[in-house]
Design a protein around this ligand. Sequence first.
Ligand code: PMP
Length: 391
Amino acid sequence: MLSFDDKLHNRVKEMQENALYRTLRTMEAASRSARIVDGEKKIIFSSNDYLGLANDKRLIHATIEALQQFGVGSSGSRLTTGNTYWHEKLEKKIATFKQTEAARLFSSGYLANIGVLSALAEAEDVILSDQYNHASIIDGCRLSKAKTCIYRHVDMEDLERKLAATTKYKQRFIVTDGVFSMDGSIAPLDRMMELADHYHAYVIVDDAHATGVLGQSGRGTSAYFGIVPDVVIGTCSKAIGTEGGFVAGSSTLVDFLMNYARTFIFQTALSPAICAATYTAIELIEQDASRREHLHYNIRKVKEGLNDMGYAVKGDHTAIIPVIIGEQQLALEFAKELEEKGIYAPAIRPPTVPNGESRIRLTVTASHSMKEIDDVLHAFYIIGKKWGVLR
Ligand code: PMP
């Protein structure tokens, strides 16, 4: 009979055999767009720190001041001893930034998605969810008692068919990433809002990759499309450069979540110091467009360069640039060769993406220099030519 560990080992071996095994890499700080990875300097083209704020001195300073005042940990959930004026001040800031009545902080974007979906959707309801939604949305759907119905990726005709076929449910929620994390595409929220209006459904948008990047002042996809979804979810762990998650919407929604979202009620509050850093980051994003403009310049350069070489590049004008390589083994080899040339960008493989569409997922940030962008394009040219990936 197999031991407990033997059984686990066999399952891990299965992943190894299918080239799906994951490992950890150790990162040490270097300059803003570089890291020491396992002892060697690499240019990072896989960071979510899109605006380069994670190392900004003003954020660091705000953190230190709050640390000295409140200590490191928050010591309790918001509803017991963990609530400070920094949490409240930050929630007001997020609401102003997202142009909503109110906002509620969570400890991460993952927990915000889980908390919102499991609290809002009840047993007689249905959640219509995009095929490529983030894992935290999928888990939120699973945790809710509602039925989940998957529609084809950004396919508004399929969504409409599914809305028309689900009229028997009490409430219908449409949930989508604003910018898709593996695909770099922007959800067609303008059309989605029209459909939601017509079919009396509610729209929940996870704006993790759009916050700080898209729309006027980086307010996200709502501002980009000029629409107002029922619920906007976000994370501070990407362009904002810190950590934590939030939900923005009406005061009633935010009050409801304080009473129904289990990941809010039962989790220790974020550290006040992180809230202070996040507050400063959002203020910088609102006041200074130059980082965002530089980010978009870098995105354009990388996309144009890869397209000109003949790569199949997916996505819209976002910081996520997926470059299709093909089979998973080849994508792994490609990532390895990039790394040998000093560039760190992961291969993304099934089941995260469809079979035959394994890819290198580049993310571009405002911190990348022109030289670093030239270097990454040159490396793609050399490796792509060698493996016959260029069209
Ligand atoms: N939603 C999306 C679309 C994401 O990409 C991520 C992070 N990978 C999350 C939610 C989770 O956010 P956090 O890292 O703050 O938990």
